[in-house]
Design a protein around this ligand. Sequence first.
Ligand code: SAM
Length: 478
Amino acid sequence: MSNQTNNKKFKIDEQSILDLKVDQSKFISFIRSSDEKTLVSLLSRLGRLNSSNQNLVPHLIELLRHRSVSVRVAAAHNLGKFGDDSLLPALAPFVMPDQSTDVRREIVSAIGRMRSLLAVELLTDVLQDEDPKVILQAIRGLLVFKKNPEVMQVLRPLTTHPNEEIKRILLPMFDVTNRNNTEVRKDVAPASFMTNVVVKGDVLQTLKEVPDEEVHLTFTSPPYYNARDYSIYRSYGEYLEFLKEVFEGVHRVTREGRFLIVNTSPVIVARFSRSHASRRYPIPFDIHAFMASIGWEYIDDIIWLKPEASVKNRNAGFLQHRKPLGYKPNTVTEMLMVYRKKTDRLIDWNMKQYDESTIEQSLIPDGFETSNVWKIDPKFNKIHSAVFPVELCEKVISYYSFKGDLVFDPFAGSGTLGKAALGLGRVFFLTEMNEQYFDLMRTSLSVENKLFDNSAYKPARFVGIDEFKRLRLGNAEG
Ligand SMILES: C[S@@+](CC[C@H](N)C(=O)[O-])C[C@H]1O[C@@H](n2cnc3c(N)ncnc32)[C@H](O)[C@@H]1O
């Protein structure tokens, strides 16, 4: 009789599974007569297993020799459910020789679940595995004994392992300055001399006056190299160096574990003459290249998608000639690169710094963006040529900050971020060096500030760098 015929006869409903779990001979005949898919299906539905199902153990061990990786993985997973260290001698011979990483990892997981000191030697051997995923599984099993100095001695050499994930897990455990995740920074409220302040001047100068770790969230759109007239740099390299310095400063002033979102897109700088090609600069990618070295951890990339009618048409030429290599798509996207100030603390630690009522008031209602493509119409402004749509700022602020937080835009332009912050019960800190845009903010933000007036808010203050220094000094003296 073929396997298929047999499988048709045997329906795997809940009752059949219960029967198989207690009746050894039924289990054996099912294994013998089933194809791989049916076998995996049964093994994934066995549910809880304990000492009353010991009769299955030899057959599950036997399945670790099955030619199918999926069957071997499923069998190892079920053996792990017993959490029984008497299975150690039977499982041990299967760990190292298996060609499949998934199987080795699952067997190591089963051994780890025994939570037995008897398994330490075998788990220690597994630390030599070539696959970091298997090593991580062994580390997980060994860390059950993290209070045991001998086990920790075994793990210490792995702090220099080339794999970043292994180092990320182990380094903090051997760091004498390691802080635990329950410690809470008490002063979650922003310093009053920074709230609702717009500073006119070069961002690098202003940043020097900002104390460490004051900002909760930064959302910014830096100048687009030399594609717009408000930003002239001698070279692209110089431009990137400037941005690197800015994001170093932003890193210093950002609170631990909080976010920076950078909005950019590649730009084209017009060609020199008809006999030259125009040049496209991949700004988001070049910025990304140095962010990790500053201490910004990459979290997400969000695409801001605009309607095609709103962007410059680049395919007019191609429309005529249709020749390969001359193809140029219209660029309807900008990128929002999401970074977090690198820390060993979990996001939970950041959340726990807020009281229940602030968390409740900051909850994000239905209708939030569920994917990383956000369709938002661009906004045009008569005075400023590249403003954020308020909707974009509102989304970023509500997803990445709590009520009362200080949000910062080092390249504030028309101050859209500030307006959105006020509307959402946050406070802002903005810097802008262009006098005309600074004046534009003076008008719009003063109005908006009245609009959203609330006794807890300070009225917006528009200051030069020297005045800002005095504000800070006053704060220190007060
Ligand atoms: C892309 S625009 C930002 C527009 C802004 N997101 C808005 O909604 O209006 C970049 C801004 O950075 C400003 N900027 C350029 N270099 C600067 C610097 N070194 N310090 C401060 N602001 C600067 C420019 O004047 C420009 O307004």
